[in-house]
Design a binder for this molecule. Structure first.
Ligand code: HEM
Ligand code: HEM
Length: 199
């Protein structure tokens, strides 16, 4: 089992992080959009918001672990024939996606911390999360809550835009360039190709 990345591909831990978090982010985006259209007084609405918050915090925890793992491992090199502008776009796109893995949950956390309703956050009905301090210069609690709500929504659009470009790039690598970029995010075979075979 190839646990660590090599210069040729991703190891199983990076692949597991990628797909677990991709599913969580797509799910959170969809649930976020869905739940804002619900009747706020309906009994299920409260529960759905709590699930959104719990899974959002799960993303924040995983993002921290993933970043540590990323810096403790080599980054697979991009194909040599890729033009410089595409390399820059790939690095900026990945940096942007990493940033959103932190910025989305933190903006959500700030939003619920600023809310005049003061609704507690209890992850998966088990772990209580304290509210963050919100600077007074942001105005009343309701004003600060609205500000972070806007920020959270805008970051959601940024996620959608980067996600579309990211998936389009992955498909282009696979079907047009026919290189290993997509394959190495679904299998550790490219990573293993670098190291001597172990039985
Ligand atoms: C980590 C990934 C997260 C993603 C991708 C995400 C995504 C979204 C999206 C797309 C919306 C709908 C925004 C709109 O159209 O107005 C939303 C709403 C919301 N999110 Fe998140 N969210 C995340 C994490 C969190 C966290 C950690 C919290 C709180 C601790 C949170 C709290 C909320 C709340 C309270 C709303 C409703 C805002 C309103 O009533 O307008 N989210 N989220
Ligand atoms: C179905 C959807 C997705 C596909 C097909 C996909 C595909 C890929 C592929 C092929 C790579 C490897 C690029 C390389 O080797 O240089 C990659 C990397 C990456 N993806 Fe995705 N991805 C998807 C969804 C997401 C989502 C939703 C996020 C985050 C919100 C995300 C974040 C990242 C990040 C941060 C990297 C860089 C990993 C690293 O080098 O540490 N991906 N993705």
């Amino acid at each position: 089992m190839q646990i660590r990345n090599t210069s040729k591909g991703y190891g199983s831990v990076a692949i597991a992080f990628h797909w677990t978090m991709a599913v969580l982010m797509i799910g959170l985006f969809a649930v976020g959009k869905y739940m804002t259209g619900l009747d706020p007084t309906a009994p299920d609405t409260f529960a759905i918001y709590q699930w959104h918050k719990s899974f959002g915090f799960l993303v924040l925890g995983l993002a921290a672990l993933r970043l540590v793992w990323r810096f403790a491992n080599p980054s697979p090199a991009l194909p040599k024939e890729m033009p410089a502008y595409q390399r820059t776009a790939a690095h900026l796109g990945h940096a942007g996606l990493y940033a959103l893995l932190f910025a989305l949950p933190i903006s959500g956390w700030l939003m619920v911390s600023a809310s005049p309703w003061g609704i507690p956050t209890v992850l998966f009905n088990v772990i209580p999360v304290p509210h963050l301090p919100v600077p007074e210069m942001l105005g009343t609690k309701a004003q600060a809550e609205n500000l972070f709500k806007e920020v959270h929504e805008l970051l959601g659009f940024a996620l959608l835009a980067l996600f579309v470009a990211h998936v389009a790039a992955a498909l282009k690598h696979h079907f047009i360039n026919r290189d290993a970029v997509f394959k190495r995010m679904i299998s550790t075979a490219p990573a293993r190709a670098e190291t001597p075979r172990r039985s």
